[in-house]
Write a protein that binds this ligand. Structure first.
Ligand SMILES: [Zn+2]
Length: 316
């Protein structure tokens, strides 16, 4: 008897764009669509837009389920977006309930960092690991944890907010309103800000590198200048890696992972980042943890949220 193919739609709901794709059970994208979120301001309007996209990409095929990655605080047990970052007017939106009523198939909702972590675990750089810590260094720091092959959610699905672990209470103010969180020391934004502060008193080629294409300075330019032995950039990256490693070492002690997967813009720095990050993290962990984990760059690119959302149903 021929096996019936199982189709899943993955959705990545962003503040500016909604991406939807139809996946087969091997994780292959069969059809995809991208729409602006703007124009649909209320939650009901956004949900209607997503339902239209699901119907369009699935082209009448029966679905096993719909996996949805949402920004902000998400209660995955009940499928409720409690507070949507970058989605104004989103407060306690029962996404799962609304969409299941309309579609008649199971809908699973996770926050975008957890979706990305799950995507890397099932289909990317976390494949084959049993315990994985996923950390994305970009505007902020996002994280998702897989323990014994399961996504760690916690009571309200808020587990794994490593970016807001306070590593120095005397540090600067964080977007969360508290002081000295890991992300004010080690995110891409933190690297840029540290470089800008250093450049107030010392010249650096970071400015020229950004000016070549008329870009605003980002952490990427700091890494580029570091590759050219710019003293300011070398110092800033060295300090940033110190802080990145410090937070990763805390995660190693907390979760005892066999693999750490690094995503986000900063992870594109490749050899300018990884060897030093591994060395420093090993230095910061207690003896029994040394040599028990690897640190790898993420394998999936912009589709990681979509892939992870769909993989909530297709786990092999
Ligand atoms: Zn914070």
């Amino acid at each position: 008897m021929q096996k019936v193919e199982s189709y899943v739609v993955g959705i990545d709901l962003g503040g500016t764009k909604i991406a939807a794709a139809l996946f087969d059970s091997k994780g292959t994208v069969l059809k995809r669509e991208l729409m602006e979120t703007a124009g649909a301001r209320t939650a009901k309007e956004v949900v209607q837009r997503m339902i239209d996209m699901i119907r369009s990409v699935s082209e009448g095929r029966p679905l096993t389920g719909v996996g949805l990655a949402s920004p902000g605080a998400v209660n995955s047990q009940d499928g409720i977006v409690i507070h949507g970052t970058n989605l104004p007017e989103w407060d306690n939106v029962p996404l799962k309930h609304w969409m299941e009523l309309e579609l008649g198939v199971e809908v699973k909702v996770v926050n975008d960092a957890n979706a990305a972590a799950w995507g890397e675990y099932v289909r990317g750089a976390g494949k084959g690991a049993d315990n994985m810590v996923y950390v994305t260094f970009s505007t902020g720091i996002g994280a998702g944890i897989v323990i014994d092959g399961k996504l760690l959610l916690g009571k309200n699905s808020f587990a794994g907010e490593l970016g807001h672990n306070i590593i120095d209470p005397n540090g600067t103010e964080c977007s969360c309103g508290r002081f000295g969180c890991w992300e004010v020391f080690a995110s891409g934004t933190a690297i840029r800000d540290m470089a800008l502060r250093s450049m107030e008193s010392r010249p650096s080629m970071i400015t020229e590198l950004a000016n070549i294409n008329g870009e605003k300075i980002t952490s990427r330019h700091v890494f580029e200048a570091m590759a050219l032995n710019d003293p300011v950039a070398v110092e800033v990256i060295d300090r940033s890696i110190h802080y990145m490693a410090l937070g990763l070492a805390n995660a190693v002690h907390t979760f005892n992972p066999d693999r750490i997967v690094i995503g986000g813009g900063v992870s594109k720095a490749g050899d300018l980042l990884f060897p030093a990050l591994v060395e420093k993290t090993e230095l910061f962990v207690m003896d029994p943890y040394k040599g028990t984990f690897t640190i790898e760059p993420a394998a999936l690119k912009d589709d990681v949220g979509l892939i992870g959302a769909a993989a909530l149903f297709h786990t092999t």
